[in-house]
Design a protein around this ligand. Sequence first.
Ligand SMILES: C[S@@+](CC[C@H](N)C(=O)[O-])C[C@H]1O[C@@H](n2cnc3c(N)ncnc32)[C@H](O)[C@@H]1O
Length: 190
Amino acid sequence: MVEVMKSGLKLRDSLRLIRNFKTTGTITPSSTKLTERLLASIDFSETLVIAELGPGNGCITRAILDRMNKDSILLCLEVNQDFASELRAIDDSRLRVYNSCASSMQGALDEIGVAKLDHIVSSLPLALIDGDLLSSILASAQSNLKDGGRFLQYQYSLANYWDMKPIFSDIKLKFTLRNMPPAFVYDCLK
Ligand SMILES: C[S@@+](CC[C@H](N)C(=O)[O-])C[C@H]1O[C@@H](n2cnc3c(N)ncnc32)[C@H](O)[C@@H]1O
């Protein structure tokens, strides 16, 4: 029974991703393996302020909350109103959900009175985002990160490698076949 309910929820998530393909760029939520790879370089024993860009149905959001300590904060920026409403239903005082564009990280930080982010976790569909907006999101990510902070992003190709390379001091690439479709992880260090 539980398995049937789980597969029903997965189907519903996939249908929503397909319906909004222009802004989601995918047809299935990220796998557990991809999520593990994406979050692997974060030291969750520290108290952190993390921004998640494009949280969608919250599969990565929940994994971050599971790992964070009780004093950490997670800011989620999601343009899709339905996804944002669902994320707000997650009962966790460490989570702040903004139904707004990823480029408005600064406003979210001002609201909570924090100067800089420790890390940014992004599943934005970079290849589908207009060039000017993409530049503004990446510039905002870079300027709102602490020195030594990480910008962690996955993508199904390396299409946007050269947009990130000039603005971070180092990029490590990882790859996993265990996602649909297989995905690269960019681990970018400020
Ligand atoms: C590939 S889906 C990722 C969903 C989920 N995090 C996952 O990994 O399965 C991309 C998400 O980014 C959101 N998105 C697209 N452009 C955005 C933007 N400019 N600002 C914030 N969210 C955006 C979409 O609505 C969608 O929920």
